[in-house]
Design a binder for this molecule. Sequence first.
Ligand code: HEM
Ligand SMILES: [Cu+2]
Length: 556
Amino acid sequence: MTFVDRYPDATRIVKASFIVAFTALGIGGFFGLVQALHRTGTFRGIVSSVQYYDVLTGHGVLLALVFTTFFIVGLYQWGISRSLEREPENMTFTWTWFWVMTVGTVLTATAILGGLVPGSGMSAAVLYTFYPPLQAHPLFYIGAALLVVGSWLTGVDWFISFRRWREEHPDDSIPLQTYMVLFTWLMWYICSIGVALEVVVLLIPWSLGFVTNIDPLLPRTLFWYFGHAVVYFWLLPAYFVWYSILPKLSGGRLFSDSLTRIVFVFFLLLSTPIGFHHQYADPGISLGYKMWAVISTLLILLPSLMTAFTVISSMEHGARQRGGSGYFAWMGALPWNRPAFAGCALAGIMFAAGGFSGMINASLNIDMLVHNTAWIPGHFHLTVGTASALTFMAITYWILPQLTGRTLKFKKLALAQPYTWFVGMTLMSNALHRAGLAGIPRRTAEPEYRSVTYDPPFGTVSEMQWQTALGGTILFISLVFFLVVVIASWRGGQEGPIDDTIPEPLSGAEHTPKILDNMKLWIAIAIVLVLLAYSLPLADMVMDGLFSPGAPPTPV
Ligand code: HEM
Ligand SMILES: [Cu+2]
């Protein structure tokens, strides 16, 4: 008896979500290859430099917004069903949220891909950050709004399941996986209100021509109100995997249940109030708010460092169970020959590197050196592009057999996949970081290498270009490995024993203070922190009229 036998309804919705996620991953990944080759001048035969921006929008939206969101709802549905031990309460409602999100995705993707089809009359080359002055076809915004609304309904579904479970278990502490799901979604509700308001109140009327003026600062601010927290929306599901499954894959048990919950509380409280750190270079927001964003961004390093501690000590426990010893030699006893483990562990290592470059971005003054340069995609391909994406791919190798009832096919290819991703990303990300330090801009088909002389601190521009192109190609090959394994295993695997157990933590829920389960308390504090950070600046931007440009800076 594995997941598919116990929860056939939940299995269908998880699988459907994964199908959309992996389709987006395949198309978006191909666009990534096109970009890596085009902007380095290695091969320019696929799109024109004008179409580059449609491709870049497709890449950002399909990977950072669509692949992540659909994989996350699938993963979390799996986690909710197995940890609450119940099917979704009402499958009509469950399929409703799935189809709202899917229709939204199709509309948005149509608007973007329309830009690549001459004569389609459609275009949405607004990049995945889609704020004005760039304007997209209305379908783009309507689709984005549906995707967000669908994700809200998803959360409603899970909270209903949780309520039913609570009625039957009035005194139990919330099962850990459910806890992580619900706290991620509480954060998601708070932050996605910003982008929903931006899209529905400002962008849709503007793209339909109902209003002609747009205040550039207000939609940007609403976007970034959402835009930092969304990175935790991508990351917390990776943490969900690292906390609840990775210790077991290492051969051991999670170190501490309470530490895990504390980390999720931290993210609920701190994720949204720090969005201003994406607007360090924006005029119209006073330095005081920017400094506050610096401080709270550095604070949010704390739960990530706690995660590093908890996850590594759980892995060490696993390694010692497997016979490992010594101060560092235990690492050799970890199951590096298992694709799910290797992928999660390599993703964690890359995330540490991404954390360091993130500290530079977070620091108001040094950020000015790297702002809008290739450094930034260098940074977030380590975080969302690897910590999240590689963890999601790796854990698919462990979860998919539970959904099909059949073992994984092509195990060697599956094992090669995370290692090739690691090598490709090391090359591409390193080169992009250094290119950024040399001043090479991001988001451009024509970095003008020939007429502008860049002065790299070390290495040469041509060496960075071929590393970016080579790294991007290896990454794409890795992605093909992943898709081949998944498609082959989906139908073709063999009947056989399927591993799906997760042992209890070393220090379990019996040691966890009850207050950590008090959702009302944490959500109230989270809202207060958001109001402190955002109410005055937003009020200022709105008071001179919703659509009029040029709100004055807020004095502090
Ligand atoms: C096959 C693997 C990948 C390759 C070769 C690749 C390549 C690239 C390159 C070269 C850029 C910079 C383009 C520019 O600034 O002009 C870029 C941007 C970006 N990538 Fe990737 N990438 C890959 C995978 C991913 C993944 C897995 C994610 C997220 C889950 C991701 C998210 C993004 C985002 C959000 C941008 C920024 C788009 C923008 O500036 O609007 N990429 N990618
Ligand atoms: Cu941020």
